[in-house]
Ligand binder design. Structure first.
Ligand code: ADP
Length: 320
């Protein structure tokens, strides 16, 4: 890490999933028991942790990624773009007894996808493994994690952040059963609309403000964000697709609109957003400034295909 350190950047540690994505084109989704001819296949790097680390590094962040892969060529493919982006992989380990995580993504002609994820080595993270990252956590300005590794590992990471006074960005995607103490450490908690509602229900035990007949009502998103704050989350960022994001901190409550773009593939847009947010926060920018750039980075990502290959680098012009 030392030789790669970028002095103007805060240090970011991402602890999370890394996968190979196997993307299959289909004319329509198969029925149970049906065999269907697909239209093509592509294998590419994925996993929310790896995507976010890649997005942050391409934007100039000083990023270390702690992930778990199996051995062999899948691991090489899964980590290839992180290597290209000069992400520090010294905390990433091979678990020879496990396979590299795999996401099988089926996309129909209308662009609707269905996804099956095999956690593989991502599921092998233990609380003990996380404890071994104490020095790396302490050396970081921001720690980032998501819901694609076991909840016990995320809980331990939150605890380490609290003990070392390191800022913790938790992207609870998907929503897993982390402890209330972990949510009380998340600064910010980043969720999309549906994750926000699930997280609020999990935290308070009551139904989130949205009624099923009004799933997109903007007021419901705002109420969900306020509800999460009231339940003890220090700061909340909710991403809302083409509508941008909502930010709520002690100091402010703001709606940040996204630039209007022609979206061709929204895969990994949320991860591009989180990577950009992390870079801004690690640099010491205000959450509002970091969110304003993150929505533009998310909007850039949806104008290109794939996840990591769709992310902008510092030289790219972001949509306004
Ligand atoms: P997730 O994929 O995690 O559900 P979102 O769909 O909320 O995440 O997208 C994350 C960010 O990407 C948004 O906040 C926005 O900035 C950008 N984004 C996503 N979809 C679009 C779109 N159709 N047009 C413009 N920006 C988009």
């Amino acid at each position: 890490m030392t030789e790669q350190h970028r002095p103007d950047e805060g240090r970011i540690l991402v602890v999370g999933s890394v996968n190979v994505d196997l993307v299959l084109g289909v004319p329509r989704h198969p029925e149970p028991g049906e065999t269907l001819a697909g239209t093509g296949s592509r294998r590419s790097p994925g996993g929310k942790g790896a995507n976010q680390a890649c997005a942050a590094a391409l934007l100039g962040g000083d990023v270390r990624f702690a992930g778990r892969t199996g051995a062999g060529p899948d691991a090489d493919l899964a980590l290839a773009l992180l290597r290209d982006a000069e992400v520090d992989l010294t905390a990433t380990k091979e678990v020879p007894a496990e396979e590299t995580g795999l996401a099988v993504v089926t996309v129909d002609e209308a662009g609707e996808n269905s996804i099956v994820i095999i956690a593989g080595a991502n599921g092998s993270w233990s609380a003990q493994d996380v404890k071994s990252l104490r020095a790396a956590v302490k050396a970081s300005d921001l720690v980032v994690s998501q819901g694609e590794i076991p909840a016990a590992a995320v809980d331990q990471l939150a605890l380490l952040c609290a003990e070392t006074g390191t800022r913790f960005l938790l992207n609870l995607a998907p929503v897993i059963e982390v402890g209330a103490g972990t949510l009380a450490t998340a600064d910010p908690l980043v969720v999309n609309e549906s994750e926000g509602r699930l997280a609020l229900t999990a935290l308070t035990g009551t139904d989130a403000p949205d009624a099923p007949d009004a799933p997109d009502a903007p007021d419901d998103d705002a109420a969900t964000v306020r509800g999460l704050r009231d339940a003890g989350v220090p700061s909340v960022v909710m991403t809302r697709g083409a509508r941008g994001a909502i930010l709520a901190t002690d100091a402010e409550f703001a709606e940040v609109s996204s630039p209007k773009v022609h979206a061709v593939d929204t895969t990994g847009a949320g991860d591009a957003f989180v990577g950009a947010l992390a870079v801004g926060l690690a640099r010491g920018e205000s959450a509002a400034d970091a969110c304003r750039r993150a929505v533009r980075v998310g909007a850039f990502a949806v104008t290109r295909h794939g996840a990591q290959p769709s992310y902008p680098s510092r030289q790219d012009e972001l949509p306004q």
